[in-house]
Design a protein around this ligand. Structure first.
Ligand code: DAH
Length: 360
C-alpha cells in the first residue's frame, strides 16, 4: 500500500511550488483528478475487506480533504497575487493629460490650407471658382492660348505627353492652369470673374520644383477691365494673404503668348537669417505672371476683342505657401510623411476665413 504520509508531503510540496493558477490546476488534476494519485487510492477501497476499508478509508479521505484544502488556500493566494500584479501593470496615471482624439491629431496639408485661404480672399472680392481636368488637349493647353505650333514657348513648358490616341491626338498633363481660362470663356458669357486653382505638371525636379505642383489662375473679362484693376486686386490679395498692412509690388515687363502686355510681379521683402518678411526690406521676390488677355485668345474662345477685354494672372500656390509658412524645401510637400505634416499641417477645424483670421 502506498505510503500515505509520503504521498501527502509530495502533494503538499507540489501545491506550495505551483507558481500560478495553471500550474496549481495541473497539481490538482495529478492528485485529485479522475486518474489522480489520491483518486486512485480511493478506488482501491472497493476491493478491501470491511475492516481494512474502515481504517484506510478514513485515512485516505482525510488526506483528500487536506489536499483539497491546501489547493483551495493556494488558489486564493495565487489569485490575489495575480490581481495585485495586474493592477500594478495596468495602473493609470489619472494626472496625465488626455490624449487628442483622431480628428484632433489629423492635419490639413499646407497646400489645402493655402487653397482655402486664397479662395476665401478671392471669394470675398466676388470671384467664383472654376475647375478643369488635369489631362488636357494640346489645343486648350497651347493652341487656343496663342502658342502657335512650333513656337519656342511650347518647349519651355517641359510637357508630359501621352501616347497618341486612335485619332492621332496626343493628350498631355496640363502644364499650367491657363487652359481653364479657355474652358471658362468658351462656356460662359462675360462678365467673367473666376479663379482656377489646381494641379499642374512639368518634367522638372529640384528643391523648388516638383513634377506636379499647384497654380491658381485668375481671369476677369468685361467691357472695361484694365491694368489698374489687376494691380489693385493683386495688391489686396497679397496684403490679405500675407497678413500685412501694406506690401510694395513691382510690375516688370515680360512675355506670355496669351497676354499683351505681359508682366511678372515681384513683392518687396526682407531676407535675413534664412527668414523672409513681407512689407519691408530691399529685396524682391517673384510671385506671379499676369497681363491683359491677348485679343487672339478672346477670338479663339468666341469673344469679340473689340467689345470685351480682360486681364489674367497665374500664381504658384506651392511658392506662396513656402513663403508664408517658412517651408524651405518643396519636395516634402509630396512625400506624405506624417511627421512633416504634423509639424507644418493645420488643425482641421480652424477653417480660414477673412473674419476669423486666415491662418488662425
Ligand atoms: N501660365 C503661366 C505659367 O504657368 C502663368 C501666367 C502668366 C498665367 C500670365 C496667366 C498670365 O494667366 O496672364 O507660366
Amino acid at each position: 500500500m502506498t505510503d500515505l504520509a509520503a504521498l501527502e508531503s509530495e502533494t503538499l510540496a507540489a501545491v506550495a511550488a505551483a507558481s500560478d493558477e495553471a500550474a496549481l490546476e495541473n497539481v490538482r488534476v495529478a492528485a485529485l483528478g479522475k486518474k489522480g494519485s489520491i483518486s486512485a487510492l480511493l478506488a482501491t477501497l472497493g476491493k478491501m475487506s470491511p475492516d481494512e476499508r474502515k481504517s484506510a478509508g478514513a485515512a485516505i479521505n482525510a488526506l483528500k480533504d487536506r489536499a483539497t484544502a491546501a489547493i483551495g488556500e493556494r488558489r486564493a493566494l495565487l489569485k490575489d497575487a495575480a490581481l495585485t500584479a495586474r493592477l500594478a501593470a495596468e495602473s493609470v496615471d489619472v494626472t496625465l493629460p488626455v490624449r487628442d482624439a483622431p480628428f484632433e491629431t489629423g492635419r490639413i496639408h499646407p497646400i489645402s490650407q493655402v487653397m482655402d485661404e486664397l479662395t476665401a480672399i478671392f471669394a470675398d472680392m466676388g470671384f467664383s471658382i472654376a475647375e478643369g481636368p488635369d489631362v488636357e488637349s494640346d489645343d486648350y493647353n497651347f493652341t487656343k492660348l496663342n502658342f502657335p505650333s512650333g513656337h519656342p514657348a511650347r518647349e519651355m513648358h517641359d510637357t508630359f505627353f501621352f501616347n497618341p490616341g486612335p485619332n492621332g491626338e496626343r493628350k498631355l498633363l496640363r502644364t499650367h492652369t491657363s487652359p481653364v481660362q479657355v474652358r471658362t470663356v468658351l462656356s460662359k458669357t462675360p462678365p467673367i470673374r473666376v479663379i482656377c486653382p489646381g494641379r499642374t505638371y512639368r518634367c522638372d525636379s529640384d528643391q523648388t520644383h516638383t513634377p506636379m505642383f499647384h497654380q491658381v489662375e485668375g481671369l476677369v473679362i468685361d467691357k472695361t477691365a484694365h491694368l489698374g484693376h489687376l494691380k489693385w486686386i493683386l495688391e489686396e490679395f497679397c496684403k490679405a494673404f500675407f497678413e500685412v498692412p501694406s506690401v510694395k509690388m513691382r510690375f516688370r515687363p515680360s512675355f506670355f503668348p496669351f497676354t499683351e502686355p505681359s508682366m511678372e510681379v515681384d513683392i518687396q521683402c526682407r531676407r535675413s537669417g534664412g527668414e523672409i518678411r513681407f512689407g519691408e526690406g530691399d529685396d524682391w521676390l517673384e510671385i506671379l505672371g499676369c497681363g491683359m488677355v491677348h485679343a487672339n485668345v478672346l477670338r479663339n474662345c468666341g469673344v469679340d476683342p473689340d467689345e470685351y477685354q480682360g486681364f489674367a494672372w497665374g500664381m504658384g500656390i506651392d511658392r506662396i505657401a513656402m513663403l508664408k509658412y517658412g517651408m524651405p524645401d518643396l519636395r516634402p510637400f509630396f512625400e506624405a510623411d506624417v511627421r512633416w505634416l504634423s509639424h507644418y499641417g493645420f488643425r482641421p477645424l480652424d477653417l480660414p476665413s477673412l473674419a476669423g483670421g486666415l491662418s488662425g
